[in-house]
Ligand binder design. Sequence first.
Ligand code: PMP
Length: 417
Amino acid sequence: WFDQAHFIPPDAIFALTAQYVADTFLQKVNLGQGTYRDENGNPWVLPSVRKSREILSQKLYHEYLPIVGLASFRQEAAKLALGPELFAKQQDKLATCQSLSGTGALHLAGLLLRAGRTSRPKIYIPEPTWSNHHQVFASLGFQCETFQYYNPETKDLDIDSYYAALKAAEPNSVVIIHACAHNPTGCDPSKEQWRELAGIFKERQLFPLFDAAYLGFNSGNVDNDAFAIRLFIEETKLEAGVCLSFAKNMGLYGERVGCFLLATSTEDTAVKTQSMLEMLQRSEVSNPPAYGAKIASTILGDDTLRQAWHDDLTTMSDRIRSMRRALYDRLVSSGKRSDNNPGRTTLTRSAGAPGSWEHLIRQSGMFGFLGLSPDIVLKLREQYHIYMAGNSRISIAGLNEQNVAYVGDSITECLKQ
Ligand code: PMP
């Protein structure tokens, strides 16, 4: 039956993690996969999540959820993304469906875009982007187009290219937007640029599909991180899709907690698209997993727990920001590693890593986009046991006080060789 099957190479980032796990070098550093680590390099169960689990354990049944998911979770997720005021105005024009985390939300969005329209729209995807975007939409049969989002020369967002791409895009196409903390570049438009972008979406009749995998995790403040979503829907009055993930902002990676929201312009469209989402979900997963959605909705639906979660967001985003700064400081002033204690260095202020590193502190979110060449990335992995994505994206959360000097000095050494 399957003699025509092709071999598909393993997903690069998961393969990198496996390579890291198999590495026996004591000082190895994993900056590959984007998962939060605490100051000791360990996975972190958020205190708000722990508390929510305690509450749940007293009354936990393992019944099926409805097809479109836990009602309280869908409502709280929509309130979170839109904010209470916009939610109140928009709720009758919303379709929502619980999903298998952010990836599942994108997939559901794709299913709806395919089934709910007479012709299949083109999907415009920024370049670079999260490695799964192309796969999700290409696997559903969409034609995917890319546009240049980042300028490697300036190591910054290429806003002119973004504007030009939207102006040249076929009307009635879909554009994938990273709501905040663009993965992998860490470069987001400013508020003014978002306004300009929203205007072009409106003018060109483009459909914004927000990939919102980092709400609250980026700045520590959900309202800041949801700025673009709310602007497009409320001010510019666009129909929009929002793919929410609670993997990073609640640390619920493996529980697969997500939600797809569709802000439509009429109640009738909301009712119809809601019914389509129900049918699409039924044929795919029948009904979504319950546990993580219950954890999230318990947190979001309780004032005290929600405040505790906000504190957790601050803990995570502050630690990431301070590690970003620490790596930058080390890179611009790193010294020579002494061989018997590679983690500690004698600082010689004149010796920094060649080149400018301002881009690292300009970026925001979980990732640092270093701008290293593939051969340096390879050398760092093979000689220094420092693992990062092939495009030199590092997960800043993998840094801590014990390894940041080693990482900074290793990069410096590599660049000077
Ligand atoms: N979009 C982006 C931009 C991401 O970085 C991620 C996680 N790496 C996701 C979506 C989806 O992740 P998940 O399916 O685990 O929620």
